[in-house]
Design a protein around this ligand. Sequence first.
Ligand code: ATP
Length: 161
Amino acid sequence: MFFKRLEMHGFKSFADPVVIEFDKGITCVVGPNGSGKSNISDAIRWVLGEQSPKMLRGGRMDDVIFAGTSNRKSRGMAEVSLVIDNSDGSLDIEFSEVVITRRMYRSGESEYAINGSQCRLKDIRDLITDTGIGVDGYSLIGQGKISEIISNKTQSIKEIF
Ligand code: ATP
């Protein structure tokens, strides 16, 4: 199992649709400060079901929706899809390619889908549980978190291992 592609539309700084293709192995995202690198990992965390705005570096959940700029209107919806290669069957579902989608409207309404069929957050949680890609594990570690872990008491380092 590996991530094949991330599609974002209206998520944080990605007002227009953006598609990021991942190769097998390591993908590096390079750019100046504030260009949106961490917003990409936030998008992965969000689509996998993150419920804490703080973990997404925001104050409220609707902070993930493109807020507009001086010359660009805000958007009413954020949508992220993560395309996962499941040809090795790691995910317990009869598809060799699995697309997890999350949408959120300014009204606060959220929608989730697996391969285009609307589902509950629980269905996504159940699908990725025990695969190591969930938001509760340590497969997604944000920039700030690393320094927090390293500069913190030995206990938090111990907790990780
Ligand atoms: P650094 O290297 O400093 O960590 P970065 O490249 O990781 O930066 P991010 O923190 O991902 O950058 O992106 C921050 C940018 O995203 C800021 O310019 C911020 O204004 C923009 N941004 C965040 N949320 C939204 C939103 N809801 N609408 C529009 N822009 C947003």
